[in-house]
Design a protein around this ligand. Structure first.
Ligand code: HAM
Length: 424
């Protein structure tokens, strides 16, 4: 491997991809805050034990683990939910319930890298802890949809596939299957879209026919008593105006072991990509991790599949960091004046840059345009509040006079540069 190559499944973020990533994070943050979620974070490295027997064998098999210099078995977090369960259990008394927490951690999974699957990704998590009723599910799905809408996606682009593990639990109990066998069935259902149908049929045995009738919609699940909860949640989501996003789809059971109730995934309508997001209710995980009983529901949305979708739909329009003002320097003698002006304008709230070393004036103006600066100011000598300065609007090539003024924490222009020039 050449020293210029990164590890398979790991990404470098250059300014354009970093700006795209920031736009996604911004949308996630805005949606979370709009719905009353508070941001949290935790350590990227955790005791391996935190994931053992809680997340399920599939996730555990993907954990990056090693023994640290203090002989502890540790793991790079493959998800945030176990950390969240530990954090909530440890400090739940300090906060009023329900806890509504969000975070955007980078998580690591040693998976086969393929389209939509890398070995690290950023994952928006929203979780509501301390509320056992379906109102939590409805609020959680509302924030999820808002996050997608803030990025320009609509019900024409994505579908929210809604299911309920309790429905399946009731079904399997009705068939006399002991509880410890249920997760095996969930895993068979979870892999249906990745494994040949005959193999699943063979594994499901005599139950295969009825299970396929439910999954393929030949049984009207909402008309059965076990479908009550899905019906109620569907009603709440419709009342929130989210009906167009919904599809009741009992083939969703989710691979992770800790889910106990409603589960869901978000997919693109065309079914081209892997899941954009997934989550559900996990009422026993906090207790298993911390000994404190706290019902919970949450989801994770990764940036990889989402980024592919936004790119393909032409919705990836990151704003590259623009400069407000580029300070040009015709003579090196004026550099101290330029440095003072740059510092004062930056403190005053403008995005300002300047040549770091002597350069021809023409080259400096080229640099200003390259950097996307809106305005240029040629600095020829010391300036102070009250001084008149010539400001060039680079897009229209117009030049106008503005006055430097002292702002609260630095200097600014009077009038504001954006009102001095009419955009062409
Ligand atoms: P998950 O379904 O394993 O759930 O992951 C959630 C989302 O993360 C997926 O839908 C996908 O977009 C993204 N993702 C997962 N693995 C990868 C990968 N290898 N490469 C790129 N993206 C990936 C969880 O992790 C749960 N802890 C979510 C949750 C939060 N449940 C309750 N609260």
């Amino acid at each position: 491997m050449s020293s210029l190559q990164n590890l398979p499944g790991f990404r470098d973020f250059y300014p354009d991809t970093c700006a795209a990533r920031e736009r996604v994070f911004q949308a996630w943050r805005e949606a979370s805050l709009a719905c009353g979620f508070a941001q949290v974070d935790g350590p990227p490295l955790e005791p391996l034990e935190l994931y053992q027997k809680k997340a399920g064998d599939e996730l555990l098999g993907q954990v990056y683990q090693f023994v640290d210099k203090g002989e502890r078995s540790v793991a790079l977090r493959p998800e945030f939910t176990a950390t969240l369960a530990r954090m909530a259990g440890a400090r739940q008394r300090d906060y009023k319930k329900p806890l509504k927490w969000f975070c955007i951690p980078q998580v690591f999974r040693y998976e086969r890298t393929q389209k939509g699957r890398l070995r690290e990704h950023f994952q928006w998590n929203c979780d509501i802890l301390g509320e056992a009723g379906l109102g939590a599910e409805a609020d959680l799905l509302a924030v999820l949809v808002l996050g997608l809408e803030k990025l320009g996606l609509t019900a024409d682009d994505v579908v929210l596939r809604l299911s309920d593990r309790q429905f399946w639990t009731a079904f399997l109990e009705g068939k006399g299957m002991p509880a410890e066998k249920h997760y095996e069935v969930f895993q068979i259902i979870d892999k249906l879209d990745r494994e040949p149908c005959e193999k699943a049929q063979e594994k499901l045995g005599t139950l295969a026919g009825e299970i396929f009738d439910i999954i393929e919609g030949r049984t009207d699940v909402l008309a059965t008593p076990a479908g009550d909860r899905l019906r109620e949640l569907k009603g709440a989501l419709e009342a929130m105006g989210l009906g167009a996003y919904l599809k009741i789809d009992l083939s969703i059971v989710r691979g992770l072991a800790y889910y106990t109730g409603i589960v869901f995934e978000v997919h693109d309508r065309a079914g081209v990509y892997r899941a954009v997001a997934g989550g559900g209710r996990y009422d026993h995980l906090v207790e298993k991790v911390s000994g404190v009983s706290l019902p919970a529901v949450g989801f994770g949305m990764g940036d990889v599949v989402l980024g592919e979708m936004l790119n393909d739909k032409g919705l990836n329009k990151p704003e590259t960091s623009r400069l407000d003002v580029y300070l040009a320097l015709p003579k090196e003698e004026a550099r101290p004046a330029l440095l003072e002006l740059a510092g004062q304008l930056r403190r005053g709230g403008l995005r300002v840059d300047y040549p770091l070393a002597a350069a021809k004036l023409g080259k400096q103006f080229e640099a200003a345009e390259d950097r996307g600066a809106a305005y240029a100011v040629v600095v020829e000598g010391p300036l102070a509040p009250g001084a008149k300065v010539q400001v060039k609007h680079l897009a229209s090539r117009q030049q106008k006079e503005a006055v430097l003024a002292a702002a609260e924490s630095g200097w600014t222009f009077e009038p504001k540069l954006s009102s001095l020039f009419v955009s062409p």
